[in-house]
Design a protein around this ligand. Sequence first.
Ligand SMILES: [Zn+2]
Length: 79
Amino acid sequence: MPEMKFCYCCRVHHPLDQMRLFPTRQGHRWRCVRSIEAAVRSRPERDAFGQQQTVINRDAASRTAEFARRLRHSIPGSA
Ligand SMILES: [Zn+2]
């Protein structure tokens, strides 16, 4: 029987030859090759989503700035 390691991603044990030490914020954890490859494949979609969020945030920030500018100019006697 091959040596088994606990996969923190799948939360099950896999044979050691399918496992890699994966760096996480808590240190190195055992994770299977399959879950690592699945995460790499899904990354372009996540990056596209992240970029979209950045644009939305920038747009919201510039609208807020514009609103504040108009608000200052619309107060009588404040200029
Ligand atoms: Zn796994």
